[in-house]
Design a protein around this ligand. Structure first.
Ligand code: ADP
Ligand code: MG
Length: 215
């Protein structure tokens, strides 16, 4: 099954003369890792924002073409259900973390969806295990290493149980150890059937990708 199907997509930010990208076609198989590569400014972040529904809902502009998520046109999926299907993680983990403890950070998304307490607890335990931070659950994310912070940022999206995870240059700010931990996590998530789309401006770190798409 296709997790993401994009045809003839282009996006122009409001007030901008030129398109962020034009005529993108892309198929992403469910349960695969796809890397979107290309130099800075070629539109990788914009593409991920379109798939996550942030363009044009949050970032205003004109989108042409179609995006389907598991066979359903994105325009017909509500904002809330899209946010439970597609999760997005950004380059700098520090900008995404704001809670006093890792537990609070992981609970934030599902709490907003009014998911029952017990279910949130179960999800939190699953995610803490998969990101390997069970022992640190009560620590403040600000006191973690960059790599651990990125694991928490990914974890805070995983408690929403997204079927698709979009990662925008999430390895860029990490040291070798941090990168390895995040890579291992992505491989583990793929084993669980999560579809992953990674944007990166370098090719070298994407040996885990099943498919590489150049923008
Ligand atoms: P990449 O992630 O590959 O570096 P971006 O998607 O950030 O590329 O940018 C693609 C194009 O869109 C660039 O020309 C950039 O200047 C423009 N752009 C990106 N974000 C915005 C924004 N919020 N408002 C206006 N233009 C933007
Ligand atoms: Mg970018």
């Amino acid at each position: 099954m296709k997790a993401i199907e994009i045809t003839g997509l282009s996006f122009t930010y409001k007030g901008s003369e030129k398109k962020a990208f034009t005529g993108i076609d892309l198929d992403v198989e469910e349960g695969s890792i796809t890397a979107v590569v290309g130099k800075s400014g070629c539109g990788k972040s914009t593409l991920l924002r379109c798939i996550a529904g942030l363009c044009p809902r949050v970032y205003q502009g004109e989108m042409v073409g179609t995006i389907s998520i598991f066979g359903e046109k994105i325009s017909s999926i509500s904002h809330v259900s899209l946010s439970t299907i597609v999760g997005i993680v950004f380059q700098n983990p520090a900008t995404q973390l704001f809670s006093p403890t890792i537990e609070d950070e992981l609970a934030f998304g599902p709490e907003n969806l009014c998911i029952p307490r017990e279910e949130i607890g179960n999800r939190m335990n699953d995610v803490l295990r998969i990101i390997g931070l069970e022992k640190h659950r009560n620590l403040n994310p600000a006191n973690l290493s960059g790599g651990q912070q990125q694991l928490v940022a990914i974890g805070s999206v995983l408690t929403m149980r997204p079927r698709i995870l979009l990662c925008d240059e999430i390895l860029s700010w990490l040291d070798l150890e941090g990168r390895k931990a995040v890579r291992d996590l992505l491989i583990e998530l793929k084993k669980h059937g999560t579809t992953i789309l990674l944007a990166d401006h370098r090719d070298e770190k994407i040996d885990i990708a099943d498919k590489i798409v150049r923008l």
